[in-house]
Every structure is written in C-alpha cells, then in structure tokens.
Ligand binder design. Sequence first.
Ligand code: ADP
Ligand code: ZN
Length: 599
Amino acid sequence: MATALNILNSVFGYPAFRGKQADIIGHITSGQDCLVLMPTGGGKSVCYQIPALMLKGVAIVVSPLISLMQNQVAALHEIGIHAAVLNSSLPHEEVHIVEQQLLEGELDLLYVAPERLLTPRFQDLISQIPLALFAIDEAHCVSQWGHDFRPEYSQLAILHERFPDIPRIALTATADPDTRLEIIERLALHNAKVFVSNFDRPNIHYHVVDKTNGKQQLLSFIQTEHPDDAGIVYCLSRKKVENIAAWLNANGVRALPYHAGMSPHLRARNQETFLRDDHLVMVATIAFGMGIDKPNVRFVAHLDMPKSIEAYYQETGRAGRDGEKADAWMAYGLNDVIQQQRMITESDTQQQFKQLATHKLGTMLAFCETMTCRRKYLLNYLGETATKPSCGNCDICLNPPDTWDATIEAQKALSCVYRTGQQFGASYLIDILRGNSTARVKQWNHEHISTFGIGKDLPIKTWRALFRTMIAQNVLSIDMEGHGALYLTETSRLVLKGQKKILLRKPSENKKFHTNIHDNPQPVFSPVEQQRWSQLHQWRADTAQEHGLPAYVIFHDSTLRELVRLCPKTIEELGQINGIGTHKLSRYGDHLIKILKCS
Ligand code: ADP
Ligand code: ZN
C-alpha cells in the first residue's frame, strides 16, 4: 500500500505535509473519527482525499456547496483521481451513470449534497458497497446559531447509527468553542479526536478605517492598492451590493454583484466568472463565499461592519488562500452598529438569541476600536494565545496610535445623555455638546441645559469616536426600542466618578495607508524569463478554457513561478516542481518542456 507521503508527492505533487495533516490522515486510516478545525487555506481537503485513496472502498464527501462540487471534482480529475458528484442539479441519466460507477467500485470519492445522502434510496445504495470513510465538509453548517445553518446537517448523525464502523471526519474553518461543541453534539462525534490548527493567517494584513465616505474610500483603496486584482467587497444589503457594483464599474473597476435576491442562474454565472477571472471584484452579501477556493483573492473589503468576529474572520479568511500577501480592509462607523443592533432587535427570534447576538456585536465593535494588535485580538477571541504582542502586519502594529485622556470629555457626554433623559442618539447629543441650535434642539428646548455647547472645542469626528469608544467599552448602551437612543450603564458611573479612564486615539496625521503588499515582489525576471512567464500564462489560460476550468485548477501561480525560476530541462526535473504530480506530468510535461526551452 502506498504511504500517505508517497501519495502526497506523486498525486498532488507536494513535497511535505503541512501542520497536522499527517496525524489526521493516520488517525482516519486507523479507522477512527475526528473533527478537524483548520483555517481556510490550511489544507483540509487532502486530509480526507489521501485516506480515500488509501482505504478500500469509496469515500463519501458531504458538502452543502452544490454549485462548487463540480469544480472540486474537475480539479480531482486533473490529478487523476476518480471522483464524481451526485446532486439535485444532475439529469436523471447522469445520476444513473454515477450510481453504476459506484456499484462497480470505480470511484475513490463521491461528493453528495446532504439531502441526497439522507434519502433511504441512497443509504441502501451505499450499504451494498465497501465504504472508505465519510467526510463532512463545512461541518459548522450544523450550528443553529451560525449564518450557514443547514437543517439537513443536523440529521447527519444518522450516518453514525447506520454505519458505525466507517470512520468519519468532520471539517470546518470555524473555530469558536461554542460551534465546536455543537458540531460534536449534533454529529455524535463524542469519541472523535479533535485536531485544532493554528488559526493565524500571517499573510493577511488587517486594516480598519473610520467611515467618512465609504464608497469613495473603497474606490481609492482598490485603485491604489489593488488596481488589477481579484477581490471581494462585502455589504449588508442587496440594494447596496447593486449600488456599489455599479459605482465601481462606472469608475473603471470591473465588478459583479452577488446576493440572495438574484436568480440562482445569474448568481451561479457571476460566481463562475469570478472564479475564472483574476482581475474582477465581487460585491456581495454574506450569501457569497463559503467554499470559494479561489486561491488568489488579493483583498476582502467590508463596507459594513460584520455582525460578529466569527463572521469577520470567515469572510476575511477568503483572501490569500495561496499564502501570498493579501488585505482585509474595513470602513466602519457608529451607524453600522446601530443598523446591526436594529436588525437584532427586530428579528423574529427568542430573547436568548438576541442577547447573544448583541454580545457578539459588542465584541466586533471592540475589535474595530481596539488600540492593540488586531491579530492578537482575533486569535484571543478564537481561543488562541498570540505569542507576540505585536504582529507587524496590521494597521495598529504598523502605525501604533498615540492616545490622549478623554475622560473629562466622556463625563461631559455622559452628563448630556443624563440631562436629556437618555432618549437620544449620538448625532443629536453631539449637536447639543457642540452648541448647534438646530430646529430639533430648539423644539426640545435643549439650548438651555447646562451641557449645551460645552464641547464646542472638539470636532464632530472626535465626538463620534468618543461615543463609539464608550459603546464599545459598555459605558453607554444602545436602546433599540428607543430607536437607537443611548442610555447609561453601571460602567458610566465609574467614568463619572473618575474611576475609569477613557483613552482616545489621537488623530493620525493622515498617514497614508500602505500595506506593503507589493513591497516584497518576487525577484525580477530577466527578459527571457519574462517571456517564459507570459507564454506559460497564455498556455494555462488556453488549457483552462479548453477544459472548462478556472486557470488555478491547472496550475497555481506559484507553480508557474517555480517553473520559470528553476527552468527544468527534463521530465524528471519537472516532476520535482511543487504542484506537479504524476498525472499532470504525463499530461502536460512534454508541452511544458517545449514552452520553457531551458536546455
Ligand atoms: P482548505 O479547504 O483548508 O481551505 P485546501 O484544502 O483547499 O484548503 O488547500 C489550500 C491549498 O493548499 C490548496 O491549493 C492545496 O492544494 C494546498 N495544499 C494543501 N496541502 C498542501 C501541502 N502539504 N503542501 C503544499 N500545498 C498544500
Ligand atoms: Zn498587529
């Protein structure tokens, strides 16, 4: 029997396992269950694909992502693995063919949607054949609290009852401890070993800016940092998605929209275009992204604050799966918090759920307002302790903010909240503090209260930052029944008594945001190398088109770069390149040697 490492070398073309891959594969091939928590891009797939080749029988892979299964299977065909898909979008005849292949033992892997797996017909079918394992991908879909919840996932424990001897591997990139417990509970994985990887994504640069004119800020971010790159922009509403996509196009940035209000056909088409085009921006709601394995997404931008750290981590994790530099950029303001809080209040769910959602929103706000390393904050939240106090790759670490003591200003603001009866939102309170006699201020007769005009000296921007900070630190709370009115909390008392300080960031001298993303270019190619690089790119594009696949499925950029740099002369040398396994070698080897002309 080939060893796991042999298979990694010869089939996948990679020299060594990463992280815990080897342990996980060993565990599964010894017949035991496990739960794998690994960040996006960590390399989850080989953890079940290699055992599928080592164990007798077919591996059944459950995935919620019907529209992406076909691509995954095509990528496996590219490296010579026998895999197939069964889902509701297949015509009857094709279902029949796949079922035959299954019964005749011709498949190593079968990808199925959960609703198919749960049918008695399908279970009877697989009970007639040897099974290698069950892989449950995107296992966090069992979580009722998460936004990817799929009801069918909660019935997957049936596999354990019906096929108790077949090892199961559940995989997810969602790391929070509550979700982990829920997965174990609902999939009956109590005896499974849990493999937790390091969740840091060191190649992602985190950056959060105050939203002043979000659209314009986004445009200049893309124009200066990523003029020609693939990226994702997340917005909260469908309307905004359409609006931003149109605005980007009007300003010379090619963009497509994606949201649940579009027809499934159009959505699938835009997704497919995004996967195949390396210079396109996808503007989307959270409906987009799970399972998108495009390796070269160079940035993820948020124009609205996500509702939790989990969501933020998942969404930003879609950048830089290839391990090369990528940006996570966000513009946010107090209105984002109020909008999210309103959605929670108005949602049709139990009080307990609303409380949890409000708490999660609070930790997201605190992340935006933090004055220490953002990576450290994220990792702590995910239950990991960051070893270094500073990561050197977030806005805070690269530009440590100077702070000033704003406790007196905070006391003025709290007193203003109190004197106006705890029934107004931040904008109105700022009008009073700054002494603006607006019609509304006059109507409420607030020109005569003692806090009117006591904060003239501070610009609106600073007052806004102060209110955000106070909300993030729970010094003020938002009353949604009262349309976003702010009210005092236990912590307000501490500030009023001077027992808790409020620190604010000093306005930065508009230091230009720079991610250094292009500061570390690959060594410059010579003219001959440059020519080889262009020819390889052209060949890859043609081949991908011919096979109806995204270019990265043929070869990653890193493989092309290595080809140019090492310039292999023989098939044997070619086989040493990262990402070229035996199947691709025999299929494309001669051709590559001809293009490269290295001898
Ligand atoms: P995940 O599903 O965890 O997000 P994938 O399984 O898609 O990640 O793997 C991410 C990328 O890393 C893929 O391009 C994959 O081929 C590559 N990869 C996985 N394992 C290795 C390895 N041991 N060495 C090199 N590349 C790897
Ligand atoms: Zn940092």
